[in-house]
Design a protein around this ligand. Structure first.
Ligand code: GTP
Length: 600
């Protein structure tokens, strides 16, 4: 297809504003999916995605669309590139935006714009995409299209009348939207005679076909059977198949300038086909890769341990398998005094962590304990040595010159009545206010710089409860800053329990110590001797609790001499011991670990 007849676009929307429903309707109206094959959310394939209603992986779908009536009908190819909607996957979002010339800004007409949408809108604007503002769900009785059209117009600098109004549910306005996409989104530009350059905006592992790589061709062209080269690594592969998705994969004779589609090379590991990388032809390679490539950097680490120690090999194999379709997943073996053999695993964020954990438990039947998640710290020692800490228990002792932690730029959108309450929350999380703008009289956008460690776990829950659920929140990485951090250790009878060590801000160390010691006192059963629980910073004890001793004599319950009953009891007690972990001389039931490590 000549580039003049191609339009590449994506849909930017907040979760639940109806992106998948609209995408389904477009597939139907363009007759890419026949009505009898239609099922809700055609594009979300993974089960977990469907259950959670979130889109993790992006894909490109090709749809034909004709403009005008009768003879002067002109046909076009629309490529819809699906963008993931969650903060953990910002880099993937940025790459799918880079594959487009236009973006549909989809806003729920009963909700208005949300922080997530705003962040992605700014990203789209930075990438010079043409923005098509659309209000969705106009069929809802609660829709206020006029009000929100004003808000959007103010934000992107257009007239309120220019904001399209559609319903993904009824299909109203969707055909008009497709016309507007053809009319307003620029055709792709590129040099058809130049050496081939295609950008990878997604790659997924398929059990039968190996890695399926989604690309957008910028220059030249790619053809089946030719040798391609990955520009970041120089690795070469044979192009076994190349094609388009419409809505199932269809092999083609190649992809040219401006086209999007998929490649199959037979590689088995998504790390060999990295999002953001440039694909070129081996016999005539391009000189410069397409800009913007970044290696995925894990932001949050957690220890994963099998509850049943003998499951360790199963966990290792499971991680090896998951890694094939998750380039951002990193892990290495780790041992814990308290938890045994496991892995320290790096994630893009908390959602990524939850997804991986859920897949390990569901697809591999594993029962896991995960330790308290932490961010990555860089510690500079007095002698200049730099130590990167991904596990709090490895936080160095000795003379520390400085410590840095990752920070993020956060955007919060909320009704203006909650400004005070939000400021209070952000302050308690060591945030600094960067700026504030009113979107309308009632709605305000607040910009904060916050330490990642302070927001990654429960910030959004607190924000929601303080704003009656009206606030939305989004963040992106913003480098590192120095911080006054200390490691708090938890000791049982003087022995450090590594799984409970945590790096916290100096001002919060005491509160953390008291809370952890209190929690453990509740959770650890009394032993035959007294057990002191201490929280310590270095050698300084900052909190202490004591579990009083009991004399546990199971046999005292058996009067008389019923030997078989006694034996049974002793055996039962032995069974119970299996699920106990020994820390020094203290027995801790598995459940206590799980309960103490779970966040509430
Ligand atoms: P994520 O995949 O989580 O990002 O959500 P999404 O933006 O794709 O939203 P989805 O299409 O799943 O729609 C969210 C909810 O809104 C669903 O319950 C839809 O049935 C409903 N919905 C979507 N479009 C419309 C619409 O035009 N009108 C009405 N009344 N409901 C809609």
């Amino acid at each position: 297809t000549p580039p003049q007849q191609i339009r590449n676009f994506c849909i930017i929307a907040h979760i639940d504003h109806g992106k998948s429903t609209l995408a389904d309707r477009m597939l139907q109206i363009t007759e890419v999916v026949q009505p009898r094959d239609m099922r809700a959310q055609y594009l979300d394939r993974m089960d977990i995605e469907r259950e959670r209603g979130i889109t993790i992986k992006s894909q490109a779908v090709r749809m034909p669309w004709a403009l005008g009536e009768g003879k002067e009908q002109e046909s076009f190819i629309l490529n819809m590139i699906d963008t993931p909607g969650h903060v953990d996957f910002t880099y993937e979002v940025s790459r799918s935006l880079a594959a487009c010339e236009g973006a549909v800004l989809l806003v729920d007409a009963a909700q208005g714009i949300e922080a997530q949408t705003l962040a992605n809108l700014y990203l789209a604007m930075e990438n010079d995409l043409t923005i098509i503002p659309v209000l969705n769900k106009i069929d809802l009785p609660a829709a206020q299209p006029e009000k929100y059209a004003e808000e959007i117009a103010g934000l992107i600098g257009c007239e309120p009348e220019d904001v399209l109004k559609v319903s993904g549910k009824t299909g109203e306005g969707v055909a008009e939207l497709l016309d507007v996409i053809v009319e307003q989104v620029p055709a792709p530009e590129g040099d058809a005679d130049a050496p081939a350059r295609a950008m990878i905006f997604d790659s997924v592992y398929d059990t039968y076909r190996g890695v399926v790589t989604y690309v957008r061709v910028v220059d030249g062209q790619l053809s089946p059977r030719e040798k391609i080269q990955m520009m970041s690594t120089g690795a070469t592969h044979e192009l076994l198949e190349i094609g388009v998705i419409s809505p199932e994969p269809k092999p083609t004779k190649g992809l040219g300038v401006g086209e999007t589609g998929y490649l199959i090379t037979g590689v088995k590991d998504v790390r060999q086909s990295k999002v953001g990388d440039t694909v070129t032809a081996q016999n005539r390679p391009a000189e410069e890769p397409i800009g913007g490539y970044k290696d995925p950097a894990p932001m949050v680490f957690s220890g994963l341990y099998p509850i049943d120690g003998s499951d360790y090999p199963v966990l290792r194999d499971a991680l090896d398998k998951l890694k094939l379709n998750d380039a951002a997943l990193v892990y290495e073996p780790e041992t814990s005094v308290a938890l045994g053999f496991g892995f320290r695993v790096g994630f893009l964020g908390m959602l990524h962590l939850e997804i991986v954990r859920e897949r390990l438990e569901r697809e591999f039947n594993l029962e896991l304990i995960s330790t308290m998640p932490n961010v990555v710290y860089t510690v500079t020692m007095e002698d200049g040595a730099e130590i990167v800490v991904t596990n709090p228990s490895e936080f160095p002792a000795g003379k520390v010159r400085s410590i840095t932690e990752p920070v993020v730029k956060a955007t919060i959108l909320a009704p203006s009545e909650f400004i005070g309450s939000i400021m209070e929350l952000c302050q308690s999380r060591r945030g600094t206010l960067g700026g504030m703008d009113y979107l309308s009289e009632e709605r305000v956008e607040m910009r904060y710089t916050l330490p990642l460690a302070e927001i990654v776990f429960d910030f959004f829950d607190h924000l929601k409860s303080r704003t009656k659920g009206y606030a939305s929140f989004e963040y992106s990485e913003a480098g590192h800053q120095e911080a006054d951090l200390v490691k708090v250790d938890i000791l049982l009878q003087g022995d450090q329990v590594d799984a409970f060590s945590s790096v916290v801000h100096k001002d919060k160390a005491y509160a953390y110590g008291v809370e952890m010691a209190g929690k453990l006192k509740e959770l650890i059963p009394r032993q035959q001797f007294e057990v002191p629980i201490q929280a310590a910073v270095g050698s300084r004890i900052i909190a202490r609790e004591t579990i009083r001793a009991i004399r546990k004599d199971v046999l005292s319950k058996c009067y008389g001499g019923d030997i078989s009953r006694k034996r049974k009891l002793l055996e039962k007690q032995k069974e119970g011991k299996k699920r106990m972990k020994m820390v020094g001389t203290v027995e801790i039931p598995q459940e206590a670990f799980i309960a103490a490590l779970s966040q509430d």
